[in-house]
Design a protein around this ligand. Structure first.
Ligand SMILES: *Cc1c(COP(=O)(O)O)cnc(C)c1O
Length: 261
């Protein structure tokens, strides 16, 4: 890792300013306060150095979609941001403080990709928010993993708005069952809903459906207000339809190399 080359930092700063300007325009059009929105920088395929540069530029929320990539990256970032080691001879701090929220962590990690149950224990060790919870079996495994790690995970119900199972998500009719399972599961906190707009469909219509499903989930827990919607290409319609969290990759970091599109 070659640190934080000034050219890359300047590029990220310019991209961040441009994305924030787009969010401001979308908010003005929708009569919303930009302060209601959380910008998640999706750093998949990009190195830990980019995460550190974004954190230095004021980004606090980082999204990743593959555990194999995210786990080592989160460890590198944590090590780089950790306070300096205590002088030798002082009492070592054993174990880690249970992270029940992100208030004291410099980075809030969002896991946004399809999640196999065999990766749940790894994800539960570094993620704060899991956006891709789409089946009751995954709820159970994640709950056990969070409890074992001494952490509490915020979970969003990922909804499939075109019922295409390839991209993950529970069909809308099943969203309430998954939400109820999260609500009942020790170690998990019901946070809200997430969706990826279907390919080739009108994103505004898709995000309007997601907003309706958000009301169903809020009827289970009124504080489950997160609506994770909107990517680089469709943040405008997402903001117009009540998104609270935007997951922005390419507009911030640049185009990804296949096959990770
Ligand atoms: C990669 C990814 C994003 C970011 O997409 P961009 O088009 O690069 O902004 C958002 N959400 C999910 C689930 C992703 O996998």
């Amino acid at each position: 890792m070659n640190g934080d080359p000034p050219g890359r930092r300047a590029e990220l700063a310019a991209n961040l300013a441009a994305v924030r300007a787009r969010i401001a325009v979308a908010c003005a059009a929708a009569s919303r306060d930009p302060g209601e929105l959380t910008l998640i920088a999706v750093t998949k395929t990009y190195p830990a150095a980019d995460v550190l540069a974004l954190v230095d530029l004021g980004v606090r929320d980082i999204g990743e979609n593959r555990d194999q990539e995210a786990a080592p990256k989160a460890a590198l970032v944590a090590a780089a941001l950790a306070p300096p080691a205590a002088p030798s001879g002082s009492v070592a701090q054993t174990g880690s403080i249970a992270a029940t929220g992100s208030a004291n962590d410099p980075v809030t990690w969002h896991f946004i990709g399809q999640l196999q149950t065999n990766k749940a224990h790894s994800v539960a060790r570094y993620a704060h928010v899991v956006h891709s919870v789409d089946r009751v079996r995954l709820v159970r495994v994640l709950g056990g993993a969070a409890t074992a790690a001494g952490r509490e995970l915020t979970c969003l119900v990922q909804v499939s708005l075109d019922d295409d199972p390839a991209r993950g998500g529970v069909p809308g009719a099943g969203a309430g069952d998954v939400a109820a399972a999260i609500e009942a599961e020790p170690g998990l906190r019901l946070g809200g809903v997430m969706a990826v707009a279907p390919l080739g469909a009108d994103p505004a219509a898709a995000f309007a459906s997601l907003r309706e499903l958000s009301a169903t989930v809020r009827s289970i827990n009124a504080s489950a207000t997160i609506i994770s919607a909107g990517m680089s290409g469709d943040l405008g319609p997402a903001v117009a339809n009540g998104a609270t969290h935007l997951r922005i990759g390419t507009a911030l970091l640049g185009n990804r190399t296949p096959p990770f599109l």
